[in-house]
Design a protein around this ligand. Structure first.
Ligand SMILES: NC(=O)c1ccc[n+]([C@@H]2O[C@H](COP(=O)([O-])OP(=O)(O)OC[C@H]3O[C@@H](n4cnc5c(N)ncnc54)[C@H](OP(=O)(O)O)[C@@H]3O)[C@@H](O)[C@H]2O)c1
Length: 289
């Protein structure tokens, strides 16, 4: 597994308890760390093998759980040990990652996953599981779950094979486009997007554009319900800080290129104007990340 951060450690523990031998691959020069996972009622030390790509055994199955902007480099870094038919699962926010992986490794079987599980790093070696959620895994054109999915099904709670994973990824991307950049720019928790009329009007405007792009790209279900879904999510997560706001406040790079950036590429390909999304994209990128 590449990306021993919050979500990576959580999924590593799930797959290990389903019987998988999981190796955390770290960058050369990074020392092995004791990783502690704080669950709702217990704290456990993760007993996982740790290695660099140079030291590890041939990779038969790779899970990548880095931030979206690190996925491409992470996959390239594993090239020397990756078996030609090793399934690669990318669990990161946003879209366009599968396409990038296919550009670099046209014959590699690449799959994507999306989750509403929540976890964060308390410090370098401590991961806290913040909330349960559902996980969907799939690959373009793969209708039935491949055999490697069995331990996912067994070890990851509420985990499902999705024959139309692109629609699931797009739906999440659409919600992220409607909420995350606006909270990052205004420095507000999600709930303020519903409470402040000016911000609520901006959400509605963003959703109109997202809906048009969704129709054009064939994501009809998202097109029809994005305005309502975005408001439902805003109210259900009213006190949350979006991950993009957290990244901006911490001075980290954001994942905007794989969220709004991807939406804008699709909009452009279909000749659909999306000026509100474009303005927010520029604004978030100007925040210095
Ligand atoms: N956390 C959540 O609750 C959650 C929920 C749903 C989706 N997601 C998505 O899941 C992805 C991961 O999020 P996260 O919160 O787990 O991020 P994170 O805590 O920052 O973890 C990412 C990890 O990847 C490592 N990494 C980056 N490039 C690497 C490379 N080339 N080789 C080895 N390790 C590398 C990072 O190491 P360094 O720290 O040393 O750079 C870090 O440990 C994101 O796309 C996020 O949006 C997260």
């Amino acid at each position: 597994m590449l990306g021993a951060g919050a979500i990576g450690c959580l999924f590593a523990s799930y797959l290990q308890r389903a019987g998988c031998t999981v190796t955390l691959l770290h960058r050369p020069g990074t020392p092995e760390r004791t990783l502690r996972l704080e669950l709702a009622d217990t704290t456990t030390t993760l007993q996982l093998q740790q290695a660099t790509v140079a030291d590890c055994a041939p990779i038969e199955h790779l899970l990548i759980t880095t931030k979206a902007y690190d996925v491409r480099e992470a996959l390239r870094s594993a090239q020397q040990k990756l078996q030609p038919d090793a399934p690669v699962v990318i669990l990161a926010n946003g879209m366009g990652l599968q396409e990038e992986a296919r550009e670099d490794f046209p014959t590699l079987p690449v799959y994507c996953a999306t989750t509403t599980q929540g976890a964060h790093r308390v410090d370098a070696g401590r991961i806290r599981h913040a909330g349960k959620g559902a996980t969907f895994v799939g690959g373009a054109g793969t209708v039935l779950p491949p055999p490697w999915f069995a331990p996912w099904k067994m070890g990851v709670e509420d985990c499902h094979w999705d024959a139309d994973i692109d629609s699931a990824l797009w739906h999440k991307l659409a919600i992220n486009c409607a909420i995350n950049p606006l909270t990052a720019v205004h420095g507000c928790v999600n709930g303020e997007l519903a409470e402040q009329p000016g911000l609520a009007a901006q959400v509605a405007g963003l959703c109109r554009e997202i809906s048009q792009v969704s129709y054009a790209a064939g994501y009809t279900a998202t097109a029809q319900r994005i305005a309502q879904t975005a408001m439902d999510v805003i109210r259900a997560t009213a006190s949350n800080q979006s991950s993009m706001l957290q990244d901006v406040e911490a001075g980290r790079q954001t994942e905007i290129n794989y969220i709004t950036g991807y939406l804008l590429k699709v909009a452009d390909a279909h000749g659909i104007p999306a000026p509100m999304n474009a303005a927010l994209y520029a604004k978030v990128n100007s925040l210095g990340n």
